[in-house]
Design a protein around this ligand. Structure first.
Ligand code: NAP
Length: 330
């Protein structure tokens, strides 16, 4: 039976399942991530690791854990883990795709509607007792969503689910980028693959759904934002560092784009200086993409299922480096 470290609070059910399988679990029932030094110490004797996206699993952590066999990330994005270094050391890594796709797409669309129809501004307006008269052209005029053009940057699982909401629910024309053509989604939704500059030029709403990689870090800078329509909105539910946040603030202040809705930030949990004071045409949420009780529980269950499979020598259903299964026995 293996020693397993659970780095942060994931709820008792998941921990129970690991213990029932006979593993010796060190459960850090805490909502604060450990410091890098604390993580390196805590993981020292572990064979299994269950971690969250706020745990940075880099070479220092991997080197501190010579017995480590498997890392189960409770997230679909795995930019917090050095996958190449883990693979090189024969450590399996898994994530939690699919179970959060629809929930995260719901959130992306909620943010899209909130920015277009200025819902947080309207809410604040009412609470400040500013609604004195009905006006034909009120200060909080919004944007139409129905029939507009939706640009999906990264038409993967979540991107396609956002596209589906736009095309089927709101009659939107869908443009997208991806590393490969998505013919099934093209046929289903009439989506069209274009280059990023073309997507930026044509879209009324741009939804970022790519993973954070060395290629996508700062994909959106002032230069990129200038290619968008001045009437367009940017929605980011992927990862904060894909957008250079200071540049986005400039773009909002100077009216280079109409609005933005952000679920993720470059240096979470902080926002770049000045962003919190930007009340107009900016909607912000504290990384809630997959945050419903049902979905978070499914994510934990998926991570635990992956870990149990990996520790028993099977290929975890969501292994990111399945090629190393059984390698140590060869
Ligand atoms: P996915 O299925 O892997 O989709 C990612 C898509 O991005 C793929 O279609 C991929 O294209 C495309 N892509 C990758 N690099 C690209 C590039 N340089 N240019 C253009 N397209 C590129 O992943 P997913 O399940 O949809 O999740 C997407 C991301 O959402 C995750 O990585 C995570 O960071 C984020 N997320 C955030 C939350 C939240 O709480 N806010 C929740 C869940 C996920 P190919 O398919 O052609 O390779």
């Amino acid at each position: 039976m293996a020693k397993v470290l659970v780095t942060q609070q994931i709820g008792d059910e998941g921990v129970q399942k690991l213990r029932e399988a006979g593993h010796v679990v060190t459960y850090r029932d805490d909502t604060e991530p450990m410091t890098p030094a604390e993580l390196q110490t805590a993981v020292r004797h572990s064979e299994g690791l269950v971690c969250l996206l706020t745990d940075r699993v880099d070479t220092a952590v991997l080197d501190a854990a010579p017995n480590l066999k498997m890392i189960a990330n409770v997230a679909v994005g795995y930019d917090n883990i050095d996958l190449a270094a883990a693979t090189q050391r024969g450590v399996l890594v898994s994530n939690t795709p699919d179970v959060l796709t629809e929930t995260t797409a719901d959130h992306a669309f909620a943010l899209l509607l909130a920015i277009a129809r200025r819902i947080p501004e309207a809410d604040a307006f009412m609470r400040a007792d500013k609604y004195e008269k009905f006006e034909m052209f009120p200060p909080l005029l919004g944007l139409d969503v129905y029939g507009k053009t939706l640009g999906i940057v990264g038409l993967g699982r979540i991107g396609a689910a956002v596209a589906r909401r736009g095309a089927l629910g709101f009659g939107m024309k869908v443009l997208y980028t991806a590393t490969e053509a998505k013919t099934a989604v093209e046929q289903e939704l009439g989506a069209e693959r274009v280059t990023l500059p073309e997507l930026l030029r044509q879209s009324d709403f741009v939804s970022i759904n790519v993973p954070l990689t060395s290629e996508t870090r700062h994909l959106f800078t002032l230069d990129t934002l200038r290619q968008m329509k001045p009437t367009a909105c940017l929605i980011n539910t992927a990862r904060g560092p894909i957008v250079k946040e200071a540049d986005l603030l400039t773009a909002l202040r100077e009216g280079i784009i109409w609005g933005a809705a952000l679920d993720v930030f470059e240096d979470e949990p902080r926002m770049v200086s000045g962003l919190a004071q930007q009340h107009e045409r900016l909607v912000v949420a504290p990384h809630l993409g997959s945050a419903t009780g049902e979905t978070r529980r499914k994510m934990v269950d998926t991570a635990v299922t992956n870990l149990l499979a990996g520790l028993s020598g099977q290929t975890p259903p969501n292994a990111l480096n399945p090629e190393i299964v059984g390698q140590a026995d060869e």
